[in-house]
Design a protein around this ligand. Structure first.
Ligand SMILES: NC(=O)C1=CN([C@@H]2O[C@H](COP(=O)(O)OP(=O)(O)OC[C@H]3O[C@@H](n4cnc5c(N)ncnc54)[C@H](O)[C@@H]3O)[C@@H](O)[C@H]2O)C=CC1
Ligand SMILES: O=C(OP(=O)(O)O)[C@H](O)COP(=O)(O)O
Length: 355
């Protein structure tokens, strides 16, 4: 049993906590909060022990009437692995604390690659994390690009990938983020951090990335062009991507025309928080001109890194191999949307006839 703590119960942390709690080979020992806001209630409702993320802030929790199991040091002493889900840059400041407690740590993609021994994606780089003291799960966009480019490179060889990323301005609960009335190059220089970050996972793939921010909160959208080393057949590319367990081909003809419909589809499918853990590749966008492949994919920024965090924990703290870990994570979370609609096999439920 791998004992796990989550430091930072925010957008990513609360999802990672639920995913860890669902694993038969992991025990969620507890989660931390930096302050006693509404997230405390969500943790309590799920029965998670709560710890103060900052040692000298326990009085704030007492004043708010919130019971704590301890502070971050107590949690670190009780776990094998801590998953740092603190805001970007704070993870780097937390790193020496984890080292002092001799606790393995998983960091998130808001940190620089140098924060950890290895960058992680289950599809492209599972074994690099084997037994490591620290790993960094790459950012949501980088995770999605790695999942897409790994099978393309293995099957056809990637001569060069060019990706334009239209990033969401902020998460739905981030009222202070923007832009609210513009589409802004972010950064205005090329490459954005995503290309070099993909190379932390797939060092031999040539990829240029350019990024913008748009006034939306639901998902990121990628416009992808990959020049392959051998001629691809669009149907074969479709089958290749359909076989990837963490890629969902958005069925042509389903009427799912954007992030709003995708999120509703996920919610209708019973996904917790309407989460989409998979890359969402628009099936009809898969096009080929010579050796150039084009497609669009959407990425649910709050969700796609969650299964990767679970696999990163296994890579660091067990001898389970990549295929087995991915299978266990997918099975327990329910990763892999059913696209029977695409094959015309949707089972219709008979509605009772009106009297
Ligand atoms: N939100 C997103 O779309 C994605 C975020 N990430 C990365 O995940 C990390 C976390 O991001 P979010 O969950 O969005 O942030 P968030 O702001 O939603 O949550 C961060 C949590 O950490 C807490 N915290 C503050 N100071 C802390 C400290 N010193 N120690 C521990 N916890 C502390 C905050 O109170 C908050 O609950 C960042 O590195 C980010 O770049 C990665 C993929 C997607
Ligand atoms: O990891 C993310 O995006 P990124 O891959 O563009 O860095 C998350 O969506 C967080 O990005 P943010 O730094 O805009 O909050």
């Amino acid at each position: 049993m791998i004992r796990v703590g989550v430091n930072g119960y925010g957008t990513i942390g609360k999802r990672v906590a639920d995913a860890v709690a669902a694993q038969a080979d992991m025990e969620l020992v507890g989660v931390t909060k930096a302050s006693p806001d509404y997230g405390v209630e969500a943790a309590a409702r799920r029965g998670y022990d709560l710890y103060a993320a900052v040692e000298d802030r326990t009085d704030e929790f007492a004043a708010a009437g919130v019971d704590l199991a301890g502070a971050i040091g107590d949690l670190l002493d009780a776990v094998d692995v801590v998953v740092d889900c603190a805001p970007s840059g704070v993870g780097e400041r937390n790193a020496p604390v984890y080292e002092a407690h001799d606790t393995k740590a998983v960091f998130q993609g808001g940190e620089d690659a140098a924060v950890a021994d290895a960058s992680f994606n289950a599809r492209g780089r599972f074994e690099a994390a084997r037994g490591a003291d620290s790993v960094r799960v790459v950012s949501c966009n980088t995770t999605a690009l790695s999942r897409l480019l790994a099978p393309l490179d293995e099957t056809y060889g990637v001569e060069k990938a060019r990706v334009t990323l239209v990033r969401r301005g902020g998460d739905p609960n981030e009222t202070d983020r923007g832009p609210i009335n513009d589409i802004v190059p972010d950064p205005a220089t090329v490459p954005s951090h995503h290309g070099p970050d993909v190379n932390e996972i797939l060092p031999d793939v040539t990829v240029d990335t350019a990024a913008l921010k748009a006034p939306v909160t639901g998902m990121h959208t990628h416009s992808v062009n990959v020049t392959l080393e051998t001629d691809p057949d669009p149907a074969a590319v479709r089958d290749l991507l359909a076989d990837e367990s963490r890629i969902f081909l958005v069925p042509e003809g389903a009427g799912i025309d954007g992030a709003g419909a995708l999120k509703e589809y996920a919610a209708d499918a019973g996904r917790p928080r309407g989460d989409l853990w998979e890359n969402c590749v628009w099936e009809e966008s898969i096009s080929v001109t010579g050796r150039d492949l084009y497609l669009f994919q959407n990425v649910h920024q709050e969700a796609d890194v969650v299964p990767e965090n679970v696999d990163a924990i296994r890579a660091m703290a067990s001898d389970v191999d990549a295929a087995e870990s991915v299978a266990r994570t997918n099975e327990t979370l329910g990763v892999g949307l059913d696209s029977r609609l695409a094959d015309g096999e949707l089972v219709r439920t008979e509605l009772p006839a009106d009297d």
